[in-house]
Design a protein around this ligand. Sequence first.
Ligand code: IPM
Ligand code: MG
Length: 350
Amino acid sequence: MKICVLPGDGIGPEITAEAVRVLKALGLEFEMEEALLGGCAVDATGNPYPEATQKLARAADAVLLGAVGGPQWDNNPREQRPERGLLGIRKDLGLFANLRPAVLYPELANASTLKPEVVAGLDILIVRELTGDIYFGQPRGIETRNGERVGVNTMVYSESEIRRIARVAFEAARKRNRKVCSVDKMNVLECTQLWRDVVIETARDYPDIELSHMLVDNCAMQLVRNPKQFDVVVTGNMFGDILSDEASMLTGSIGMLPSASLDEKNKGLYEPSHGSAPDIAGKGVANPLATILSAAMMLRYTFNNETAANRVENAVKKVLAQGFRTGDIYEPGMKRVGTKEMGDAVLAAL
Ligand code: IPM
Ligand code: MG
């Protein structure tokens, strides 16, 4: 069981260190090796996804990633930006299925900006296609036409790309509440008309799943109006990027949400849904729980070890019940702790 660890930038190294401690404490035989991705890789090699990292990531069964990015790289040429490293590794490893759960822990019900009764018991899974769409479509670029600059990107999906992500959503729904809502913009975009058609065709193999469709603008509204109507939401790369950030804030704490990006054989890259938080980097105050929960997803999806995944998730629930809180989820009366102390608490709960 080989794990490639990519701490990345900002708070990435601090939070991955805690997840690594948790993985090591499970008594399983992991081989772990670290490499560079993102801004740190640009600084060291000029490439946000350097060759040494490519080798290690390709050879590993799973990748644990902290976060990439920071203001110091924002003005770099595009191919030397941290985000390119992230998009590069997703594409290189064929990680087309991005699973982003948004779960509200009862202990954190007050952290949401929505009324508690709207979000209590919330448990949504966003399945976002991750290697296609306008993120990767050709042609793209900024060019001059008739004496003025024109920016171009291309939204494109093939039916095989749509079918395989739809299958992931239907399979996931079978392990949950058997409802899939497919999100598109078929009233305007042909690309997403095909999306809807292919999702409907694929659904014939899943008669036990209740399929519905929603336009993306309506979905953005329904997510804050009545989020508990959703079980699994499946959508393309760009809509999924936007809707998953929105869904994460229903729980009030993006610092709690893990994610998994899987290929066709369940090799996966696991990372917190939040970013590199440069403003608090190096201060030892970041919340490591999303990364620790990402390690739990790794145990479940790549290593097929439901028992170990549950152990880690239960340990996280226990530390919340014990009142441990990092700054992002702190409420008066709770025990405010830093990154390392939170890691200690999870280890103790294990
Ligand atoms: C995400 C991020 C990335 C994306 C960025 C950092 C390239 O927002 O993982 O959601 O847009 O996919
Ligand atoms: Mg995003």
